[in-house]
Design a protein. Structure first.
Length: 185
């Protein structure tokens, strides 16, 4: 694995498990793995989810908590021998645009988004991004939620363009393809 990857799918589709499989393969080849976790433990249910992820994470995986400063975390951990797993873009965007106890920081988000997109091609580390594909369902009620769904769709598209591989998870099964701009003749 030499290029960045984006793994997308619905909730409980197997995205994190697929990223973990890739990371274990990288680790078995002698590389280091760092998981950049973006979740915030804002309620009891999320605290339980985070605790489960921590408890089941494979031995030897480093963890970096980055609920907002994803670009800085990527820069800090960047090393050609280290695979970085970002789990997940969906929650990272929620932290910026739909925070539990404060107003959205749209200006800060735009700066962080542009920083990430500019940084990604410069990283020595391969990065595996995990993100939800949320735009396949019923159009949500409320402007704020529709804006979030639109923004996540744009973010996923921009990240996919910078990745060499895109994987769609469906019912625990990976459907992968190289990212290309043209059709094969």
């Amino acid at each position: 694995m030499t290029a960045h990857q984006l793994i997308v799918g619905g909730q409980r589709s197997g995205k994190s498990r697929q990223a973990e499989r890739l990371a274990l393969r990288w680790q078995a080849g002698g590389g280091r793995v760092a998981v950049i976790a973006t979740a915030l433990a804002a309620d009891e249910e999320m605290r339980t989810r985070i605790a489960h992820h921590r408890a089941t994470r494979p031995a030897g995986f480093d963890t970096i908590e980055a609920p907002l400063g994803l670009s800085a975390a990527l820069q800090q951990a960047d090393d050609a021998g280290t695979l970085l797993v970002v789990d997940c873009l969906t929650l990272w965007l929620v932290n910026w645009l739909m925070p539990m106890n404060s107003a959205p920081d749209c200006n800060g988000w735009e700066v962080e988004r542009q920083t990430l997109l500019a940084l990604l091609p410069q990283l020595a580390s391969p990065v595996v991004f995990v993100s939800n594909e949320v735009g396949w369902g019923v159009s949500p009620l409320g402007r704020e939620v529709r804006d979030y769904v639109d923004e996540l769709g744009r973010l996923n598209q921009d990240i996919a363009r910078l990745c060499g591989r895109l994987t769609l998870m469906v019912a625990g099964q990976a459907w992968a393809r190289p990212v290309e701009d043209s059709f094969d003749a």
